[in-house]
Write a protein that binds this ligand. Structure first.
Ligand SMILES: C[S@@+](CC[C@H](N)C(=O)[O-])C[C@H]1O[C@@H](n2cnc3c(N)ncnc32)[C@H](O)[C@@H]1O
Length: 495
């Protein structure tokens, strides 16, 4: 396993921004914005080295920056009242792009609007930031829910002030007595909704095939979140949520380095994010047919672990996590789905991609990242390819000829017979693409620890835009089968 020093270096090298994020290579230019927007100018000052800066501890300054960025870079008119949570545009974009990645794994949309992706933003806030960005950047449609009058009023205003996308966004009020979804219990035909997930004795609720223990709800006493808000027959491609992270305002504290506002209603809920997201998980069991992906931000790593184990308990088919580094703060993205994995396995391996990755989740305790790397090395070595393990960079460099690629793919094909599930590209058709003359295939396989028991395996093709990238994707797919078979517990996490 990497030493503490290596971990530290990795953290320092960790990308803080999604590669598709508009600001990844182009951070906001305060000087330019000040020259274009007179209202922003008073907030910009210059440090001794001549660099333009703003005072991040001043709410008016961060709000004005958000306003001009949304206007200048996204053509969005936007405002929030004093004290409401002020979003940082580059950070919020990271979540949108991560969802875009999740959706690219899926074959078809989950709604009747053809190509329009439909999302549900839980707790959209006065800022309504995710629907505004998702709609303007990617043409997604949204329902944004919230509970407070101020959030609902300002979210509406922010939508109406942007007529070019206003058709795409519905702001939905959550009330305690919503009766929008009823699910027939196959046993006693009583309906289950957000208000009566426990029976009259307060012990168990049956939601279709899954029985919920009552203590799943014991910490969350707030208004409904999904069940009771999502309507009958509604379908969404995803839901997203930046939850109230904290149990008390004291716990929320004040970050002395930034001032992004945030009222108690936005920041706090009984039981904090653990209870809030647990309730989303319970709701997702009831609404498993209504969403392809359920997602939420998570503020604490300890909670992330708890929530992942809860997801295992409720029988999801896929869990994915990512890290959002926001200045000094680290947040996590958690996504899960009940859609059978075979429906979503094809496109990660499409030809034409020079970087492909997959997650190995549920790795058995006795194995470490180095065991996985050694297996990667021997997987390619036994096919005759040159395969070199570099323990310090946690990577294996591989060079394979046409024939060796052929052997790798055929070998994988055999293994596939033993493993259950999901292989969209059969070995014959994949290897037939090798009959075009080509140079050696050179690529690197790197392994990163995500959280204990979960590794990210990344394959990077050295020749970008190579005509053999289809073969590369098939090879990565074979590798995934082999590693999953050897290192992962059989169920239930697949992707
Ligand atoms: C941390 S804020 C997020 C606001 C915005 N999405 C953002 O990212 O800046 C959490 C929001 O969730 C809302 N909220 C709390 N409980 C809710 C519930 N049961 N359903 C919908 N929204 C809720 C709060 O009013 C608040 O606006």
């Amino acid at each position: 396993m990497p030493s503490k020093k290596t971990n530290k270096r990795k953290r320092a090298e960790r990308p803080t921004i999604h590669p598709k994020n508009k600001y990844a290579n182009n951070p906001p230019d305060f000087s330019l914005l000040a020259s274009l927007y007179p209202s922003f100018k008073p907030f910009v000052f210059y440090s001794p080295d001549g660099r333009p800066r703003i005072d991040w501890t001043d709410f008016n300054s961060t709000r004005e920056l958000t306003r001009v960025l949304l206007l200048h870079d996204h053509g969005l008119n936007w405002w929030i009242p004093d004290g409401q949570l002020c979003p940082t545009v580059p950070n919020r974009l990271n979540y949108i792009h991560w969802i875009e990645d999740l959706l690219s794994d899926t074959i078809s949309k989950n709604n009747k609007n053809g190509d329009i992706v439909r999302g549900f933003d839980i707790g959209t806030g006065a800022n309504c930031i995710y629907p505004l960005l998702g709609a303007s950047l990617l043409g997604w449609s949204f329902v944004g829910s919230d509970v407070t009058d101020v959030a609902l009023e300002w979210a509406e205003r922010n939508v109406k002030n942007n007529p070019h996308i206003s058709e795409l966004v519905e702001v939905r009020k959550v009330t305690d007595c919503q009766e929008t979804l009823s699910i027939e219990d196959p046993n006693n035909a009583e309906s289950v909704n957000g208000k009566n997930r426990t029976d009259m004795n307060g012990s168990l609720v049956d939601s279709g095939s899954f029985t919920l223990p009552v203590d799943a709800y014991k910490n969350y006493h707030g208004p409904p979140i999904l069940v009771g808000v999502v309507r009958d027959n509604e379908k969404f491609d995803f839901c997203m949520c930046n939850p109230p992270f904290f149990e008390t305002m004291e716990e929320a504290g004040l970050n002395p380095k930034t001032s992004c506002g945030g009222t108690p209603m936005e920041m706090v809920c009984p039981g904090g994010e653990k209870a809030f997201i647990s309730t989303i998980i319970e709701d997702s069991v009831v609404l498993k047919e209504s969403f392809r992906w359920f997602t939420s931000m998570v503020g604490r790593k300890a909670n992330l672990k708890f929530l992942i184990s809860k997801l295992r308990d409720v029988g999801v088919t896929v869990v994915k996590t990512t890290e959002f580094v926001q200045g000094q703060t680290c947040r996590w993205g958690l996504a899960w789905s009940f859609v059978p994995p075979s429906r979503k396995i094809i496109s990660p391996y499409v030809a034409g991609k020079s970087i492909l990755s997959f997650m190995l989740e549920g790795i058995q305790r006795q194995f470490s990242a180095i065991d996985v790397l050694q297996s990667v090395e021997s997987f390619f070595h036994t096919s005759g390819a040159s395969s070199k393990l570099n323990a310090s960079s946690f990577a294996v460099d591989v060079t394979a000829s046409n024939e060796q690629c052929d052997v790798i793919l055929k070998k994988g094909g055999k293994l596939h017979d033993e493993t259950a599930n999901c292989n969209p590209i059969d070995a014959e058709s994949a290897s037939s693409s090798l009959h075009t003359p080509l140079n050696n295939l050179c690529f690197r396989i790197s392994v990163f620890q995500q959280i204990p028991g979960t590794l990210l395996v990344k394959g990077s093709l050295q020749q970008r835009d190579s005509p053999v990238s289809g073969v590369f994707s098939s090879i990565i797919q074979r590798l995934e089968e082999v590693l999953r078979n050897k290192f992962c517990r059989a169920k239930p996490i697949v992707n």
